[in-house]
Design a protein around this ligand. Structure first.
Ligand SMILES: Nc1nc2c(c(=O)[nH]1)N[C@H]1C(S)=C(S)[C@@H](COP(=O)(O)O)O[C@H]1N2
Ligand SMILES: [Mo]
Length: 202
């Protein structure tokens, strides 16, 4: 079964952390597949909200205009999907998780974040994992607004985990003390999802 075009030989590049750039069992594609369970949820940008709640000192709620006043970060990262495609060199613009954290100040007991999405999708990521500076909430790709198919207006972008952890159409982040399975995790996907450890299922 070869669902995705290959760009060529398997990469032998090494990351700064000593791991192979291409995680085990992955192959490169030269376009950006769309993977959505169900359809795109309707979103009215004038009514759009992004809420941060749960175990935080300061609950936050942003309109689109308010969200756009947050510090902007541009980053180039690789995407690794559990269905085995990887896509290198994606150019994003968005807001660092760390910049959100500085505003909401999670309580010491807050250990995990549940991402909530328009349309009902959820996924769980640990606070420890989220604190890496490459994790963003993104609204631009290649200098253009993120398309609806890819999760626009706003999605998660967590490049060191399989891409199902990068929630599309994000509308909120809930800080919780105990890990809780999200949508795919309830169907058997891994609670953590590290591509270099092949944490695909279980
Ligand atoms: N809200 C929402 N987010 C989601 C999904 C989804 O179905 N709904 N699919 C996930 C999966 S399985 C993957 S691989 C990526 C795909 O993102 P892309 O369609 O932009 O490639 O989004 C993730 N985020
Ligand atoms: Mo996926």
């Amino acid at each position: 079964m070869n669902l995705f075009r290959n760009t060529g030989p398997v990469s032998n590049e090494i990351r700064p952390d000593g791991r192979d750039r291409l995680p085990p069992g992955q192959r490169l594609v030269d376009y950006w597949p769309v993977l959505t369970y169900g359809g795109n949820p309707p979103i009215d940008i004038n009514k759009w909200r992004f809420d941060v709640f749960g175990m935080v000192e300061e609950e936050l709620s942003f309109s689109w205009e308010e969200f756009m006043t947050l510090p902007k970060t541009e980053l180039r990262t690789d995407i690794h999907c559990v269905t085995t495609w990887s896509k290198y060199d994606n150019d994003w613009e968005g807001v660092r998780y760390l910049d959100i954290e500085a505003l909401c100040k999670p309580l010491a007991e807050a250990k995990h974040v549940i991402f909530h999405c328009y349309g009902g999708y959820t996924t769980n990521v640990s606070v420890e994992e989220l604190r890496s500076p490459e994790n963003l909430l993104v609204y631009k790709y290649d200098g253009e607004p993120l398309t609806a198919d890819h999760g626009g207006p706003l999605r998660g972008m967590i490049p060191n985990l399989y891409f199902w952890k990068s929630a599309k159409w994000v509308r909120g982040m809930e800080f919780v003390p105990k890990d809780r399975a999200g949508f795919w995790e309830m169907y058997g996907y891994h609670m953590h999802g590290d591509p270099w450890e092949e944490e695909r299922y279980g």
